[in-house]
Ligand binder design. Structure first.
Ligand code: CDP
Ligand code: MG
Length: 661
């Protein structure tokens, strides 16, 4: 008789919850607090087990009775997916069964799901359908210290929901010590609702064990921090004992080029010497690619993970002994004067610097190499202002209005956004037709815009498409632009060939129609021939995702009664023209005029913009254009996904946005 033949229905737990995690000691007191108080604030160092263990404790303690869910929100999609994979392994279930995740355009849950990881933005969307979030018995707002705009809005909503659902349990988890602020936020104006409970919440601190970390600074500032990162990696590798390296950089382009540079230089390591394995980690990678960083490196190899600030708190990588901190992060910045939101490379805060250094001392004493001087460190702000104070608020105001919160100024904000930002957002939503002159949500347009899972300018474009007879085309463009530039794969050094591959799909009118050509080629050839994507430098995974996103957006439109006949002839007279007009109805606020020197100015004239090198409009002539988004690199402001338009359309399709100017 076979000893361990338990049948195939058992899936071995690949990772057992580590008994040594600091949180294990707090199991009973955590459950007691959550049982007793509506709001529990958990403060604990990254890696102490908050995200992976608390939901499992609660599930075992019976919080999922009667089909209720435990929801755990994350500010980042990457964290929601990787953590769900990990917890499903520990729990011993297939991903999407008892443990699942849900992010925009990707739902991996089922009727069996009890623990659900999701982005906080998505939970706000769920409130549109289920205003009291009644499917959840517990909602854990994770990484609250990051103060993402969605986290802040969600906390405001939960505060409202709690008054109507006293049985709902709210857990706020934070890696830094801002706990009092969260607790007093939930305690404000609560007396009348809770005459029986005078204390609504409690704070618990998890004391993690950490080892000493040596923090080292540069003597003089680095000229090029990416270059400095690379040389520091080799210095560590050549002189320091075993242990993996975690590098903090700001974004995809920087990380990809540093990974390539390290791989290239590593070839010259003396034979027999330990090897180096550089691995990227940023939001644009597929989940599979992201999972590599968690694997132990091969024998005789030092792992180097080059990450954005995802690795600052959202994900924990074991085995890290050395941290290299560039001192920079990419942050959202919205300029209310120009109405342009961009991602800008900004110095980090002292809190971030501490958090980054802390990643080094998890398993043994570590070292943190700060690529800036100690004086520069002293001049860093304590914390960065929360995102709600420096973002385009239009998507959130639209959602609050759709949730029936008309007075968005008086909504309970943890930190109120500046009045200027509120005004700018309201102005834009009015010009888009989502709000009427009394700032009330319009129906059906405004309500439908809120329901569509894309930002307001794209939502308006999609909802205008039927009247321009280009629904199929705009659906594709919406799906393709939501990939965030991941359409093309950069392969080491082959820039020239990539460019010529790209030219095959080029449309004279600009990037949006080029994306349309790429998509059409992909669905006719690329899906079947595996070589097609490779030869054309196209990202197969990303394009497959576009197919799925497109189908989901199409279902929304069909639900609104705005479907289109897919069998319509592929080419019709004037399609490009209709698509460009339709894009202008959504993106008029992102219009720019080309200057004699080839740069662009926005309509107010204040901001100098450049076509991104990845854009078809790079080095090409145009007059007026609209663009999808803005990116800042170095000191230059780039526009990406750019299409030529006519000036007269701006006046025709922008409901007075430009008339007074
Ligand atoms: O949320 P918190 O930062 O407190 O910790 P966690 O994400 O629950 O992680 C607890 C521990 O699980 C980490 O220290 C890692 O040892 C491990 N872990 C992992 O190995 N791989 C993951 N994808 C997530 C967690
Ligand atoms: Mg966590």
């Amino acid at each position: 008789m076979a000893d361990f033949d338990l049948g195939s229905s058992f899936i071995p737990a690949l990772h057992k919850p580590a008994a040594l995690l600091p949180i294990t000691k707090h199991h009973d007191s955590l459950l007691y607090l959550i049982e007793t108080y509506p709001v529990t604030i958990v403060v604990g160092q990254t890696g102490s087990g908050k995200t992976t263990q608390i939901p499992q404790f609660l599930e075992h303690a019976g919080w999922c009775a009667e089909g209720k869910l435990i929801g755990v929100t994350q500010p980042r999609r990457v964290a929601a997916t990787t953590v769900a994979i990990r917890v499903a392994e520990e729990y011993g279930c297939e991903l999407g069964k008892e443990v699942g995740y849900s992010i925009r355009f990707e739902d991996v849950t089922s009727a069996a799901t009890r623990i659900k990881f999701l982005t906080d933005g998505l939970l706000i969307r769920e409130a549109l359908v289920d205003p009291l979030l009644s499917r959840y018995s517990v909602i854990m707002v994770d990484e609250a210290h990051e103060r993402s705009i969605s986290t802040d809005i969600l906390l405001g909503l939960l505060k409202k929901i709690r008054r109507r659902r006293p049985e709902l349990r709210i857990i706020i988890s934070s890696a830094t010590l801002q706990a009092e602020e969260f607790l007093s936020f939930f305690s404000e104006n609560q007396e009348s609702a809770d005459n029986q409970v005078n204390q609504i919440g409690s704070i618990i601190s998890l004391k993690g064990r950490t080892y000493p970390i040596d923090v080292l600074y540069l003597e003089s500032p680095a000229e090029d921090y990416v270059e400095k990162v690379i040389s520091t990696v080799f210095d560590i590798h050549n002189t320091e004992p075993d242990g993996d390296i975690l590098v903090f950089l700001t974004g995809r382009e920087e990380i990809d080029s540093a990974v390539q540079a390290i791989a290239k230089r590593a070839i010259n390591l003396p034979s027999g010497a330990p090897l180096l394995q550089p691995l990227p980690l940023y939001a644009g990678l597929t989940t599979e690619q992201q999972m590599y960083v968690f694997d132990a490196p091969p024998e005789n190899t030092r792992k180097v993970v080059l990450s954005t600030n995802i690795a600052e708190a959202s994900v924990t990588i074991d085995g890290i002994v050395y941290v290299i901190d560039s001192g920079f992060v990419k942050l959202r910045a919205f300029d209310p004067r120009t109405g342009i939101e961009s991602l800008t490379v900004t110095p980090i805060s002292k809190a971030s610097a501490a958090q980054r250094a802390g990643r080094a001392g998890r398993t043994k004493p570590g070292k943190c190499f700060r690529l800036y001087t100690e004086d520069a460190y002293q001049s860093l702000p304590d914390i960065n202002p929360p995102e709600i104070q420096r973002s385009n608020l239009a998507p959130f105001i639209l959602q609050l209005k759709a949730l029936g919160i008309d007075n968005v100024v008086r909504f309970g904000y943890l930190t109120p956004p500046p009045a200027e930002l509120m005004m700018k957002a309201t102005e834009l939503l009015y010009a888009l037709g989502a709000l009427d002159e009394y700032a009330k949500l319009t129906r059906p347009l405004g309500l439908r815009m809120a329901e569509l899972a894309v930002e307001p300018m794209m939502a308006k474009t999609l909802l205008s498409a039927p009247s321009f007879d280009c629904v199929n085309e705009v659906l594709t463009i919406a799906a393709m632009t939501s990939l965030g530039g991941a359409v093309w794969v950069q392969q080491d050094g082959n820039k020239k060939q990539m460019e010529s591959a790209r030219r095959k799909f080029a449309a004279e009118e600009g990037d949006h129609l080029t994306l349309l050509n790429v998509y059409q080629a992909f669905v006719t050839k690329g899906k079947k021939e595996s070589r097609f994507c490779h030869e054309n430098y196209l990202n197969f995974k990303a394009l497959s995702r576009a197919v799925s996103i497109r189908a989901q957006l199409k279902r929304y439109l069909e639900r609104f009664g705005l479907g289109a006949d897919e069998s319509a002839k592929a080419y019709r007279e004037g399609t490009a023209d209709r698509v460009r007009r339709c894009l202008t109805t959504g993106y008029f606020a992102h219009a720019a005029k080309m200057q004699p020197d080839g740069s662009y100015r926005n309509v107010e004239g204040g901001t100098v913009l450049y076509a991104h090198p990845s854009s078809l409009m790079f080095n090409r002539k145009a007059d007026w254009v609209i663009f999808h988004e803005v990116m800042e690199t170095g000191n230059k402001t780039f526009i990406r996904d750019v299409t030529k338009i006519e000036k007269s359309w701006l006046l025709e399709f922008s409901s007075g946005f430009y008339q007074t100017k």
